[in-house]
Design a protein around this ligand. Structure first.
Ligand code: PAF
Length: 514
């Protein structure tokens, strides 16, 4: 392993490393069992984008393997994994022994479930899908994940959507046990053939790898049926089975339609559904899934200050008949509420209580905003609100609550949202992500023109350029909601484009997505 990434094998060492380095920095954790592949890499890259310190844990967890499963055979390749982490700019790998993690060497030999405290997720979530053939598996996963979260105490922990049942159970556990920090689900990464990356793909022969491509093909058939607005379980599951039957060596264990969060079986996809399957090829067990969603797409527009995001977002929303989720107006509405209630703007616990209970909504065409049923469209533009909005918006509790509100307003889709971390943090699953940018010189010229139009005092271009450079540096490094470009964002460089051209480009990208 090269220099750069640190390797720790004991809990004492990882604790000490974090104590020495944390100092208010954001820590991202990527829990893995090693044998890292591009799917893991996408989690690591996301963690790298969003955090100051990135820890990858590598631990083949005996608790989650049944007595006849592949615990002994599971690929262990620490040297190779270390190199991958090094290249991906990981700060530290935590690779403990089973003894160090207090799990025992082997689930069959030491019966650790009898001797250690374990986390028992709700039976409704563990007795379906993979839980049917892997009793105890999710209890083992939940137990080790809690241990890792307690040890590292990350601000964010990243899990792949390929293990959709695992992700749903961990999200539920984190919510039920009030685990601080966010559990972030990341999209499935596939080989060009459509086969989802998995450490267990190593077990497949070349022929089996070819045959395994039918898994995703079968899920795509279900997607096709869904797009034709047929949403019942029998048709969707039937489409998967028909396609799978074309490759008889693939033995289907299950294919089910469930709700992706609760995992309860669905008869129809009302808003969202998950089609998940498990199948065997020889001795290798593979899983895959797709999300089916009725919602209209979400458009996330991020970019530096002065790139024209809010003007463009408004125009795109208008052109496509979507809601412009004006996050700036949301912060102003909360500020109005705080001022109105007479609470001091410094009293964060009282503000937390107020904001966590408030009701916020926009009018149909986004031009009006209500908070607790007061129409505050005009009131949020007063000088009093303008003077206090940045103090309120800088409070982590306000940002957390507004993030929750934004996500719940956007849940059904059909929104355009702009900001600095919309595509990476607020709506990481947005269907269309745009990174709108312009050179410093161009933004300075635009600002100079704005000042002129408003009849304000002229400021030299050099001075404006310096202000923009300073603002960019501040926005990219600030602890709260720093400017981040999503890996899957389309960059639009607007220097030589008019506002109408930028809008058209986004509208046509949106139409291609549909
Ligand atoms: O997904 C995995 O690799 C494992 O189940 C996890 C989350 C690292 C727990 O051992």
């Amino acid at each position: 392993m090269g220099v750069g990434v640190r390797l720790f094998k004991t809990t004492a060492a990882i604790r000490c490393y974090l104590e020495k380095n944390r100092h208010g920095k954001f820590v991202g954790l990527v829990p893995t069992m090693g044998a890292l592949h591009p799917g893991h890499l996408s989690l690591i890259q996301r963690a790298r984008q969003e955090n100051d310190i990135v820890i990858v844990s590598i631990f083949v967890n005996p608790l989650q393997f049944g007595p006849t499963e592949d615990f002994q055979k599971y690929p262990r390749q620490l040297e190779q994994d270390g190199q991958m982490c090094q290249q991906a700019d990981v700060d530290a790998i935590f690779a403990p022994t089973p003894e160090e993690m207090g799990t025992g060497q082997n689930i069959a030999a030491s019966s650790p479930e009898q001797t250690i405290t374990q986390v028992v997720p709700p039976a409704t979530m563990t007795s379906v899908l993979c839980g049917l053939s892997r009793p105890g598996h999710f209890q083992g996963v939940a137990t080790i994940v809690i241990k890792l979260l307690n040890l590292v105490q990350p601000e964010r922990a990243y899990f792949g959507q390929k293990d959709a049942q695992q992700l749903a159970i961990i999200q539920r556990m984190a919510a039920d046990l009030k685990i601080p920090g966010s559990i972030i689900g990341c999209p499935i990464v596939r080989e060009a053939s459509g086969l989802a990356y998995s450490s267990r793909n190593q077990y497949l022969t070349d022929e089996q790898k070819q045959q395994a491509q039918v898994l995703y093909r079968s899920l795509q058939q279900a997607e096709k049926v869904f797009r034709s607005l047929i949403c019942d379980r029998a048709s969707l599951v039937g489409a998967v089975k028909t396609e799978l039957a074309k490759v008889p060596d693939v033995q289907l264990e299950y294919v089910e339609l469930v709700h992706p969060n609760t995992l309860t079986p669905l008869d129809d996809v009302d808003e969202v559904g998950l089609i998940a399957l498990a199948a065997r090829l020889g001795n290798t067990r593979l899983i895959d899934n797709v999300l089916l969603r009725h919602r209209k797409p979400i458009i996330a527009i991020d970019g530096p200050a002065g790139a024209g995001k809010s003007t463009v977002a408004r125009l795109v929303a208008k052109a496509l008949g979507l809601l412009y989720l004006d996050t700036g107006a949301m912060y102003r509405a909360v500020t109005w509420l705080v001022l109105q209630s007479g609470i001091s703007v410094e009293d964060e616990p009282a503000i937390a209580e107020l904001v966590s209970q408030c009701l916020l909504r926009f009018g149909e065409d986004s031009s009006k905003i209500w908070i607790n049923e007061h129409d505050v469209t005009q009131a949020i533009r007063t000088l009093e609100v303008t003077a206090k909005v940045s103090v309120i918006a800088a409070q982590p509790v306000v940002r957390r609550e507004l993030l929750r509100l934004q996500q719940s307003l956007g849940k059904k889709g059909g929104v355009v949202v702009e900001g600095r971390d919309i595509g990476t943090h607020v709506f990481p699953d947005a269907e269309l992500k745009i990174f709108l940018t312009a050179s410093v010189h161009e933004r300075a010229e635009r600002r100079q023109q704005d000042l002129k139009n408003q009849g304000l005092k002229e400021i030299s271009l050099e001075q404006l350029e310096q202000t923009i450079i300073d603002r960019d540096a501040f926005d990219s490094t600030r602890a709260l909601a720093p400017l981040r470009q999503a890996v899957d964002a389309h960059t639009i460089q607007t220097d030589s484009l008019s506002i109408a051209e930028v809008t058209d480009r986004i509208v046509s990208l949106y139409n291609q997505k549909l």
